[in-house]
Design a binder for this molecule. Structure first.
Ligand code: ARG
Length: 573
């Protein structure tokens, strides 16, 4: 419907009358240049009395050097005189705004029809372009952290949002599987390792060993083991491979539960043998300099401090591997954008190596983005990772959440064991995913699982519930009645417009790489549906056919919206 309004405006503004006044026009369109395209200027007024769309005349006022109120009046009168055509009910002006009123029946028909089409709300602006997302990326032999959980959940949603905008996306899990810590682990495992424990509880066992091996007295021996590993020592490599394989197995059970998949499982180790070439290039281009035996890049003039490229013992570093990985990814995927979904505590690291890539002459470094997220805090806003000095394991957090969801469900109704399991899992995941994604990702959030799990309020379970309620209405229908629109009530119009706005939100969520816009939209959609449901009886009403269709459209959009967040729905709850 918006398009009809845009076309009316474009047509009107193109008229010779404007041109005759010598007003510069936008390239090729003949439309007076506006400091923003008409469609971006068009607003949706807060209340229906001011029309369904409003066009502010400030930008025109600037290029026409004329009072915006006069322009609004003139435009509205001209449009009215000419006749608005199909789909429009009227046009008016108020202050500097031209207000458009849409024929609500046509709005209703248009919206309901387009929701029925595949991919409603999606667009193809990214067609033919590749995006790479570096996401999740836990460190092997270490617990899967709460930050990795955020990266997994947010990265997963950003992937879906990019695809809904037409991009082709490759999701890479870039494991922290290389570095001096493996010297410690290998040293420790040789001394205290237990194969059986390693197989049964890999990460717990390796963590125990790591803590012991981390003591100052073992430093030298651990360094030796890492040098051997980097040098390709067979035994050390074999041990490292086993740590990697078994750690990944443990991570996979988390990914399975979360329902998140990757296109590529990579890791820092992949770039071990590409280090020398990077260092050589950095030397040749005189980007690095020696500092106490180490190699550094001085970025102080950029306000980015000093980046360490090679340690004095010749071993490589996180940053060096990231440089090699980015170059490799550009070659392989010819990406339009390379997105790193990583905690904001690594901001400096990303800014440093993006800058170094630029200094190396890779102009595409501007296409690399660090999409940062804030911290997860425990109750009372304290740091999450430790509880009485003990490490919290992600699988325990997820299991606890599912158990709590089960308790909540059991208090509500009696269910078969199977159904209870199924629902509790979906509800727990919706709680965690939504509890995270509803926030602007840069913010720190408090991991308050009881609040996340509540059935009322701005929560995942509440959204699942509103979806299930719509499903249950549709299940109760025995006979399908013809769709008849009699007179639209304000709750219906509001819901139709909300549904109509889905596409714009998908676009915006991509432009800002902000899943919270989708999450917030879903919540507003649920609330708008609630208002409709309370204000307009569905079953047995004269408008039953139309209202059922509206309920169904709500269901479709809610399902798609939640899917963009990585949340699966329940038909019954
Ligand atoms: N493994 C790292 C960590 O846990 C995150 C890696 C992020 N990706 C990257 N290309 N640096 O902190």
């Amino acid at each position: 419907m918006k398009k009809v309004v845009i076309d009316l405006l474009k047509n009107e503004l193109k008229m010779k009358a404007w041109a005759a006044r010598g007003i510069p026009s936008e390239k090729g369109t003949g439309v007076p240049s506006l400091s923003g395209k008409i469609e971006n200027l068009l607003e949706v007024p807060p209340s229906g009395e001011m029309g369904d769309y409003a066009f502010p005349c400030f930008a025109l006022a600037k290029s026409l050097r004329k009072n915006p109120m006069e322009i609004a009046k003139e435009l509205a009168e001209k449009l009215r005189k000419k006749g608005l055509g199909k789909g429009m009910e009227g046009v008016d002006f108020k202050g500097p705004y031209v207000n458009f009123f849409i024929d609500k029946k046509i709005l209703a028909e248009g919206v309901l029809k387009s929701v029925g089409k595949k991919g409603f709300g999606e667009n193809s602006s990214g067609k033919g372009k590749n995006i790479v997302i570096d996401m999740s990326s836990p460190n092997i032999a270490k617990p899967f952290g709460i930050g990795h959980l955020r990266s997994t959940i947010i990265g997963n949603s950003i992937w879906k949002i990019c695809e809904a905008n037409g991009y082709k996306v490759t999701k890479i899990n870039y494991l922290g599987d290389w570095g001096t810590q493996f010297g410690k682990m290998i040293f420790g495992f040789k001394k205290w390792g237990n194969e059986k424990k390693l197989g049964e509880d890999t990460i717990k066992h390796l963590l125990e060993i790591y803590v012991k091996a981390n003591a100052k007295e073992h430093e030298e021996a651990a360094r030796e083991e890492f040098k051997k590993l980097e040098g390709g020592d067979k035994d050390n490599l074999k041990m490292w491979e086993k740590f990697r394989k078994l750690s990944l197995k443990e991570f996979d059970s988390i990914y399975d539960l979360l329902g998140v998949e990757f296109d590529v499982i990579s890791g820092e180790s992949k770039y071990n043998d590409k280090m020398d070439a990077v260092v050589a290039e950095l030397k040749k281009k005189k980007i690095v300099k020696k500092d106490d035996g180490a190699l550094i890049v001085d970025l102080k003039d950029e306000g980015l401090g000093v980046a360490l490229i090679q340690k004095s013992d010749g071993t490589s570093l996180y940053a060096t591997r990231d440089i090699a990985a980015a170059i490799d990814r550009k070659k392989e995927y010819k990406f339009h954008r390379l997105i790193y979904e990583v905690g904001q505590e690594q901001k400096l690291h990303f800014n440093q190596f993006f800058k170094i890539l630029d200094m190396m002459g890779h102009s595409w470094s501007k296409d690399c983005v660090h999409v940062a997220h804030g911290l997860y805090l425990g109750e009372g806003g304290k740091k999450f990772a430790t509880r009485k000095g003990k490490t919290v394991f992600m699988s325990d957090i997820l299991d606890d959440t599912i158990e709590k969801a089960k308790k909540n469900l059991m208090a509500r109704e009696k269910l078969s064991k199977e159904e209870l399991e199924k629902r509790a899992k979906k509800i727990a995941l919706a709680a965690i995913f939504y509890g995270d994604l509803k926030n602007s990702r840069e913010n720190n959030i408090i991991f308050d699982i009881d609040r996340f799990l509540a059935f009322e309020g701005d929560t995942g379970p509440y959204l699942l519930y509103s979806y299930a309620r719509a499903s249950s209405i549709l299940r109760r229908v025995k006979l399908k009645k013809a769709m008849k629109i009699i007179d639209l009530k304000k709750e219906e119009i509001k819901l139709l417009k909300k549904i109509d706005g889905f596409g714009k939100v998908i676009e915006k969520a991509y432009n800002q790489l902000a899943p919270n816009l989708i999450a917030n939209y879903c919540y507003e959609l649920a609330q708008t549906f609630n208002e409709f449901y309370h204000g307009c009886p569905v079953l047995g009403s004269a408008e039953e056919g139309f209202r059922l269709k509206l309920v169904d459209s709500f269901r479709v959009v809610m399902k798609n919206g939640l899917d963009l967040l990585g949340i699966g729905v329940l038909e019954e709850m």
